[in-house]
Design a protein around this ligand. Structure first.
Ligand code: GRF
Length: 234
């Protein structure tokens, strides 16, 4: 099995990055984490990358004249890592359309809401304000419009009556750490791809229809592995 070289881009805490590194520590996982890029020199995630002996580079926006030059430097660093897939994990900057276009279909992101609800910042606060009873997280292909690309996988968690923003965020984060490795695995294996602006699943058994990957509210995966997912008929 060839393992797909994957670079992770962060700006902060790096807990999703850590979950991906952890998953890739298993040599049966079809991904090798080739490197980490942070736009912030003080991102706590860099300490984790360092501890796990993953090469990490800081590429700060302030060192470049404009966004295009910044993204070009990131693109060069991704090339240096030999990256075939890019996983955004709490990368807090808008990416230029040129950069996104170059990586389209090979760049994924995790967002802490059930998209298309609550795109952008403060998703948990807005979920509480909206009074939704179901919240969660989404892994999607990155397209130029923020948090709008074709959805790969989603995990749902309940919103409890006495939830604070922090409690809800923690529940979703736990789901994120389960969902992101599953979704990255699907992309790396070629079981899911982006085609004409849509997500196409190829789960074997000759099936080419789009299938959701849903985690039940208690966080037990409804489709814990690909075989089960292929059998899953909504
Ligand atoms: C996560 O909630 C992720 O969904 C969002 O930013 C947060 C990053 O957290 N895009 P961490 O840095 O992975 O801990």
């Amino acid at each position: 099995m060839s393992r797909k070289k994957t670079a992770i881009m962060i700006s902060g805490r790096g807990s999703n990055m850590a979950a991906l590194i952890e998953a890739a520590a298993d040599h049966g996982f079809p991904v090798e984490i080739a490197g980490v890029i942070s736009d912030k020199a003080d991102a706590p995630g860099l300490v984790i990358a360092n501890q796990r002996k993953i090469p990490a580079r800081v590429i700060a926006r302030a060192d470049f004249a404009n966004r295009r030059a910044h993204d070009s430097a990131i693109d060069a660093a991704l090339g240096g890592f030999g990256a075939e897939i890019v996983a955004l994990a709490g990368y807090m900057r808008l990416l230029t359309a040129g950069f996104v276009g170059k990586w389209q279909g090979r760049m994924i992101n995790i967002h802490p809401s059930l998209l298309p609800l609550f795109r952008g910042l403060d998703a948990h606060r807005r979920a509480l304000e909206a009074g939704v009873r179901l919240h969660g997280c989404t892994v999607h292909f990155v397209t130029p419009e923020v948090d709008s690309g074709p959805i790969i996988a989603q995990a749902a968690v309940p919103v409890l009556a006495d939830d604070t923003e922090e409690m809800l965020a923690a529940r979703v984060l736990k789901a994120e750490h389960q969902l992101y490795p599953l979704a990255l695995r699907l992309v790396a294996e070629g079981s899911v791809r982006m085609e004409a602006g849509r997500t196409v699943f190829d789960l074997g058994h000759g099936s080419e229809r789009a299938s959701p990957l849903i985690l039940a509210p208690d966080l037990r995966p409804a489709a814990p592995n690909l075989e089960d997912l292929a059998r899953f008929t909504p």
